[in-house]
Design a protein around this ligand. Structure first.
Ligand code: AHR
Length: 341
C-alpha cells in the first residue's frame, strides 16, 4: 500500500475511534505514535505481532521472547498488540497492521477458527503472515506462510503415558483411577491438542474414569474456581490434569484449602503443562508430580523464517519446536537456575 494512503487511512481510523480496542505499540509508544513514525521505519523491517494476552507466566515469557528478538539492533521495528484475551481485539490489530503496511504480521491466534476474512485481507495487501504458538484452521492453506509452535497433542499423549507408567510403578495400574481435567481456553490449539492427546491414552485404560472436564481459561484464578467446583462435586479424585501451570497453581491452592494433599506423597496426582520455573519450583516443593514442557521461546525461530523470506527462500509449512518433560524424580534444582522461563 502507498505510504501516504496508509497514513491517511490510519489517521481516519483513529478519528473515528475504530482501532481503540487493542493496545498496539512500537517500542512502548501509542498506535498513533506508531503511524506517525512510519517514515522513520526506513531501513528497518516492521513486524506487527498480535499476541493473545497476558493470561499466564508462559505468555509473558513468550512476549518477552519477541521483544528481545525483534529489536532495532537486529534491524526490526516491533509493533506489539496485546489482544487482552479477545479474538475481536486480535482481528482489529491485524487490520491496523494492514493499514500501517507493516512488512510482516505475526499472529498467535487465541482460537483456531474465524481468521479467514482477515487473513485474506492481509494476503490482498501483500503482507506475509506467520502463525505462531497456536494454530489456525482456514479454508485455504495459502493464507499464511507457515506455522511454528508446539505439538500440543503429543504433549497430552505424553502426559497420559507418563501417568500409566507412574501408576504401574506404584502398583496401582489395576486400580480404579478417577481423573478431572482443568482445560485451557476452549477452542485454542493448546486446549484441543492436550485434551485429545490425553483422551486417546485414557481410552486405552478401562480402569481410568474422566469425572469432569471444565475450562479454567489458562488463568490461575479460574483454575482455582474450577478445582473448588470439582472438589465440591467429587470426593474421590485421584488425578488432576491441568492444561497449564497457572491453572495448576490455582488448583493446588484449592486442594490445600480443602484440607487435601497433592503431588509427591499427596492424595492427588498433579500433571501440568508449560514447565515454567515457578512450576518446577512447586514440583521441588512436592506439589506437582509431572510437567510437560511447552516452549515459549518462539521468536528466534520466527526471526530465522523472516530472514529466509527476505532472501526469497521458501519455508516449511509446519514447524515444531523442541520440548521435553519433567517429573519429581529428576534433579530440578540445577536446571531451574539455567532456565530462561
Ligand atoms: O498456547 C500456549 C498456552 O497458552 C500455554 O500453555 C499457556 O500457558 C498459555 O496461556
Amino acid at each position: 500500500m502507498n505510504r501516504k494512503i496508509s497514513i491517511i487511512l490510519t489517521i481516519a481510523m483513529l478519528l473515528t475511534g475504530c482501532c481503540g480496542c487493542a493496545k498496539a505499540a512500537v517500542s512502548g509508544q501509542s498506535s498513533a505514535g506508531a503511524s506517525a513514525q512510519e517514515d522513520s521505519n526506513a531501513g528497518y523491517i516492521t513486524v506487527g505481532f498480535c499476541q493473545v494476552g497476558s493470561e499466564s507466566d508462559w505468555r509473558i515469557a513468550c512476549s518477552n521472547s519477541y521483544k528481545e528478538e525483534f529489536t532495532e539492533v537486529n534491524g526490526y521495528r516491533l509493533l506489539f498488540a496485546d489482544g487482552e484475551g479477545k479474538q475481536e481485539n486480535q482481528i482489529k490489530s491485524m487490520r491496523e497492521f494492514i493499514l500501517q503496511d507493516v512488512d510482516y504480521i505475526l499472529l498467535d491466534p487465541i482460537v483456531e477458527t474465524g481468521w479467514d476474512a482477515v487473513l485474506k485481507e492481509a494476503k490482498s495487501a501483500g503482507i506475509p503472515v506467520i502463525i505462531c504458538d497456536r494454530e489456525v484452521k482456514t479454508e485455504e492453506d495459502g493464507l499464511y506462510e507457515c506455522w511454528i509452535g508446539s505439538d500440543f497433542e503429543k504433549e497430552g499423549r505424553n502426559a497420559g503415558k507418563w501417568l500409566a507408567d507412574y501408576l504401574q510403578s506404584k502398583g496401582r495400574d489395576q486400580e480404579k483411577i478417577n481423573i478431572v481435567t482443568i482445560q485451557g481456553t476452549m477452542g485454542s490449539s493448546a486446549q484441543l491438542g492436550r485434551t485429545k492427546g490425553f483422551g486417546d491414552v485414557l481410552k486405552e485404560h478401562a480402569n481410568w474414569t474422566m469425572l469432569g472436564q471444565e475450562s479454567g481459561d489458562f488463568t490461575q484464578a479460574k483454575g482455582q474456581e474450577v478445582m473448588e467446583d470439582f472438589l465440591r462435586k467429587y470426593h474421590d479424585i485421584d488425578v488432576v490434569i491441568s492444561e497449564n501451570d497457572n491453572m495448576t497453581f490455582g488448583a493446588v491452592n484449592a486442594i490445600q484449602a480443602a484440607g487435601k494433599t497433592c503431588g509427591r506423597n499427596g492424595d492427588i496426582v498433579i500433571i501440568s503443562f508449560d514447565a515454567v520455573k515457578t512450576a518446577l519450583q512447586s514440583m521441588i516443593d512436592g506439589n506437582i508430580n509431572a510437567d510437560f514442557e511447552c516452549n515459549p521461546l518462539l521468536a528466534p525461530l520466527v526471526e530465522k523464517d523472516i530472514e529466509k523470506l527476505q532472501a526469497g527462500e521458501s519455508l516449511e509449512k509446519v514447524q515444531y519446536i523442541d520440548e521435553t518433560y519433567f517429573d519429581d524424580t529428576m534433579d530440578l534444582k540445577s536446571l531451574i537456575t539455567e532456565r530462561k522461563y
